[in-house]
Design a protein. Structure first.
Length: 235
């Protein structure tokens, strides 16, 4: 399967597109069929199916589309999102959030890994996914997908909204960090130690920052920063 990705800018925002070229006997499972805007092939080469119960719970969607070759498919993503094709060979150590998965090829196997009770409460995700087999997966992120190298001794603090995947042997702990003022005004972070790399999205949602760029007043912004929980009470 050939994968072609493009980044297009329009009105100051970026939109990613993806073209999949399937050879005969190749197939791919698309988990967001509504993003498929063009398809070249016989009508019978697209087969929509209901996800199994686990898939419905994990993805909060009912349907996926199986596309079979020889065919071509053009997929468009919302503004601000990026797509990163990732080859899988053998057993992959990374544990992924299922909601970031756009597609996977036919020979990919998925294994559910249950999170700890504490992590479930904060992330509202019961499981992470481990992929194995021979093929590729497509990962969607806000902003370009980035890697961050872990250290066994020195912890990395990563915004919980940005972490997409981490190695299965990493140690995670939810926290805030820095001094008292810093910890009051930040989102939860993962404190991570271990070996290998994590995957993270580089553009978390930040309504306050967007308001500042839109010309929010200086006094209002200052009060939000100085007062405890000011970003909640001062709109």
């Amino acid at each position: 399967m050939e994968v072609i990705t493009e980044q297009q800018a329009s009105g100051g925002a970026a939109r990613s597109t993806l073209k999949l070229i399937l050879e005969p006997a190749e197939s791919v499972h698309l988990l967001h069929p509504k993003q498929l805007v063009a398809f070249q092939g016989a009508s019978s080469q697209r087969e929509d199916r209901f996800l199994d119960l686990k898939g419905i719970v994990r993805k909060k969607k009912l349907l996926k589309a199986k596309l079979s070759g020889p065919a071509s498919a053009f997929i468009s993503l919302p503004f601000g999102c990026s797509i990163e094709p990732m080859p899988i060979s053998g057993e992959n150590r990374l544990l992924f959030e299922f909601r970031h998965l756009l597609y996977f090829t036919d020979d990919i196997k998925m294994t559910s890994v249950v999170q700890s009770a504490k992590n479930m409460l904060v992330t509202r995700d019961f499981i992470r996914m481990r992929f194995s087999g021979e093929g590729s997966i497509g990962i969607v992120s806000r902003g370009p997908l980035q890697t961050w190298e872990l250290d066994p001794e020195r912890p990395s603090f990563i915004d919980s909204r940005c972490l997409i995947a981490f190695p299965d042997n990493a140690h995670l702990e939810l926290c805030v960090y820095g001094n008292h003022l810093a910890s009051q005004h930040m989102a939860y972070h993962w404190k991570i130690t271990g070996s290998g790399s994590v995957l993270l999205q580089s553009a978390p949602m930040d309504p306050d920052f967007e308001e500042q760029l839109g010309g929010d007043g200086f006094i209002k912004r200052t009060l939000r920063e100085l007062l405890p929980f000011g970003n909640i009470y001062i709109k």
